[in-house]
Design a protein around this ligand. Sequence first.
Ligand code: AHR
Length: 307
Amino acid sequence: ACSSTGGSSDGKKPGGKLVLGFAQVGAESGWRTANTKSVQEAAKKAGVTLKFSDAQQKQENQIKAIRSFIQQKVDVIAFSPVVESGWDTVLKEAKNAHIPVILTDRAIDSEDTSLYATFLGSDFVEEGKKAGDWLVKEYQGKPGEVNIVQLEGTTGSAPANDRKSGFADVIKGDPKFKVVASQTGDFTRAKGKEVMQAFLKAQPEIDVLYAHNDDMALGAIQAIEESGKKPGTDIRIVSVDGVKDAFTAMSQGKINFDVECNPLLGDQLMELAKKVKNGEAVERRIKTVEGTFTPEQATAALPTRQY
Ligand code: AHR
């Protein structure tokens, strides 16, 4: 799916406006929808012609979109890579065409850092650590094993890899924490529910669910309730994102802790796009500032939460 707002579809620059090709991951989560809206609104506000493409969580679609942006001779390409590896060829093509590339939200694992100008997004390892820190505190001084099930994000994606390793790094300090099952739920509600159903069947005792995003946690909550258990009480839940629906679940006691991941990257992205187009220096890594939420904090934030 490719769409263009505010300009001609052949990539020509109406009135000298900056043309930005943005290859989005998909529409897999509430976070992603908020991120897309932020980028689209910011482009309008900044007078940037946005060529938007939705890859439906498939790397091959994203590569196609980037190639099409190169062909259309856009000024700048931005994308949020579905997975971390496999980008060198297409990004070399962009480099040869002298089109600067900005990574947003997710990183790539390429050793050739000349393939992109900057990376704007969260520190996912830090997010995983924050989830782990909460768990350690929560069970401090409590005897007995803590059986954890983990719903991982999209296999091979930076947030899945990093949230898993950050969390593991923290909990490995105490052998009472045991990850008894861990599987991908692809960052979606439907998959989160399905995999949680399987966990509930296979694991007689689950104390904690760690979900790499809120949508999977929300799907899992349905599975837990349908199994006759109480989410947040019988099974404690720690998740990542901080979307409104998760805050609602927190206000009902169904999620115990949420680590924020900020999707509102649009304004910063437009600023960066203008700078890299003009050949101005930009920082190589720009980290998003984000916090964490207890149920009380989430309930208080709910009325003004934007996404
Ligand atoms: O890359 C950010 C992650 O992608 C968000 O945590 C998740 O909800 C989204 O799908």
